[in-house]
Design a protein around this ligand. Structure first.
Ligand code: GBH
Length: 476
């Protein structure tokens, strides 16, 4: 339908150009393209515990691997830590008001596992549970729906061997089951795990994230498998202990690919590239097995799979949530894989974080590829946003670059909804400037500026823009 009307507009524009010599505005051209989102689209913002909470030794919280990592000299820019961060542990009411002022319907935040189980497993710290109950109750009192992530990288430091130890997956399941039992009377959407690649590969192979190791391929594959197993056992545990009607999913930064030209051969090549690139993560979760090509390529280094593992990992999900930032272009090719991934060039536009290339079409193709490959019932964008350098101009934080970025990505998400893909909501990363992992406070993703000396929050230009998008339920 949308295509037809666009074609009609094209005809009209062509005709009027012939007749009118290009002067004046044809009526069809003046009519704005419908850029609205589906009714009941869930507009929200996202954060994560270690990046915003601070209060790292308060109310019985145990240390996490990110406390250890950020306190190790040389690991994080400027020696920054999350000891205080945005102090949201104490200021959550104020943060919830920021959401309310935006008109946001939902908030995605994560629970710090080590506040609940200071030792990772065993003794429960009731004060940790009380804290999140207060956060949830305050959100609900303000008409904001909580979406809770159970693990966003802050692993209890006390767990022996961390993710190298298979037992950590079982510890996660205990924690997931406990929390689901405590919050599912009020929280209906639970995400097990955020982004496998970051705590597996970047933590254990590249070493830029906690715990900062550089292990060999066999050990890395075991870490990946333990991460997937945690998701699978965690999903089962949530289902076993949550109130009926609780929905379970995960938040994954799947690797997507943009076809260089929108023709059937490049579209098919890009889709295959996406299934291949996620073989050890989302593909395994959605298909309940590692693709054969992956196991063959890894050979003796392939993960050791025990009976029941893949059934747990492939547990059916109620929704799939995608953290979507950037993706490369892909071209069909006459080689074994059937495609070539095009490397970015020196002039590829990027935001403040060097890895964050501006590729808005990734938004549309990401949603379409997940839908076509695995047909999930419901999709969310659990994160999308960017880092910018935000000078204050006339008392306003000028992040027009962020508005440019968001407008372009949202346009592509809108296309996906208009074509009928089941995208039900969008969580902007991030509600406010926060601790950006190994970049510390040098890369800022917030639509609210945070003065880390005074903890004052100030809406940026992008917050005003996002508020208007939410108000209209349409791209502005
Ligand atoms: C998300 O990860 C995280 O969930 C969130 O906590 C974070 O604050 C946000 O994005 C912004 O970064 O130079 O090759 O090591 C985003 C996906 C994938 C982005 C890994 C950084 C490292 C690139 N991340 N990537 S590399």
């Amino acid at each position: 339908m949308a295509d037809l009307s666009r074609r009609d507009i094209g005809k009209l524009v062509g005709a009027s150009a012939l007749v009118g010599g290009g002067l004046g505005t044809p009526a069809a051209l003046a009519a704005p393209r419908d850029q609205s989102f589906p009714k009941d689209f869930v507009w929200g913002c996202a954060t994560a515990s270690y990046q915003i909470e601070g209060a790292y030794r308060e109310d019985g919280r145990g240390l996490s691997n990110w406390d250890v990592f950020s306190h190790t000299p040389g690991k994080v820019a400027n020696g920054d830590t999350g000891d205080v961060a945005c102090d949201s542990y104490h200021r959550y009411r104020e943060d919830n008001q920021l959401l309310k002022n935006l008109g946001a319907r939902a908030y995605r935040f994560s629970i710090a596992w080590s506040r609940i189980f200071p030792e990772g497993r065993g003794t429960v710290n009731q004060r940790g549970i009380d804290h999140y109950n207060r956060v949830i109750d305050d959100l609900l009192a303000n008409g904001i729906t909580p979406y809770v992530t159970l693990f966003h990288w802050d692993l209890p430091a006390a767990l022996p061997g961390g993710w190298q130890n298979r037992d950590t997956a079982y510890a996660f399941a205990d924690y997931a089951g406990l929390m689901a039992g405590k919050i599912s009377d009020r929280v209906k959407d639970i995400m097990t795990i955020n982004e496998f690649l970051c705590f597996t590969d970047l933590g254990h192979k590249v070493g830029t994230k906690a715990p900062g190791l550089r292990l060999g391929p066999r050990e890395v594959n075991h870490v990946r498998h333990n991460g997937l197993l945690a998701h699978g056992l965690g999903t089962q545990a949530v289902r076993a202990s949550a109130k009926p009607g609780t929905r379970v999913g995960l938040a994954e930064n799947a690797a997507f690919h943009i076809p260089v030209i929108e023709t059937p051969e490049h579209i098919a090549a890009a889709k295959k590239a996406t299934r291949d690139a996620n073989a050890m993560f989302l593909t395994a979760v959605m298909e309940g097995k590692y693709p054969d090509f992956y196991l063959e390529a890894e050979g003796a280094n392939a993960p050791k799979i025990q009976s029941g593992d893949m059934a747990a990992i492939g547990s059916p999900l109620d929704f799939v949530a995608i953290n979507l930032y950037t993706a490369p272009y892909v071209q069909a090719a006459d080689n074994k894989a059937g495609y070539t991934v095009l490397p970015p060039t020196a002039t590829s536009p990027r935001m403040a974080s060097p890895w964050l290339r501006v590729t808005p079409e990734a938004a549309y193709w990401g949603i379409r590829q997940v839908s076509e490959l695995w047909n999930p019932k419901v999709l969310y964008v659990s994160e999308n946003g960017c880092s910018t350098d935000d000078p204050a101009v006339n008392g306003m934080v000028n992040d027009a670059d962020r508005v440019m970025y968001l407008r372009n990505y949202l346009g592509q998400f809108q296309r996906a909804t208009a074509e009928g893909y089941p995208l039900k909501g969008y969580f902007l990363w991030s509600l406010m400037d926060n601790f950006e992992w190994e970049d510390g406070y040098t890369k800022l993703f917030g639509i609210h500026h945070v003065d880390f000396k005074t903890q004052k929050r100030t809406p940026k230009l992008s917050a005003a823009w996002y508020k208007e998008v939410i108000r209209r339920n349409a791209l502005v």
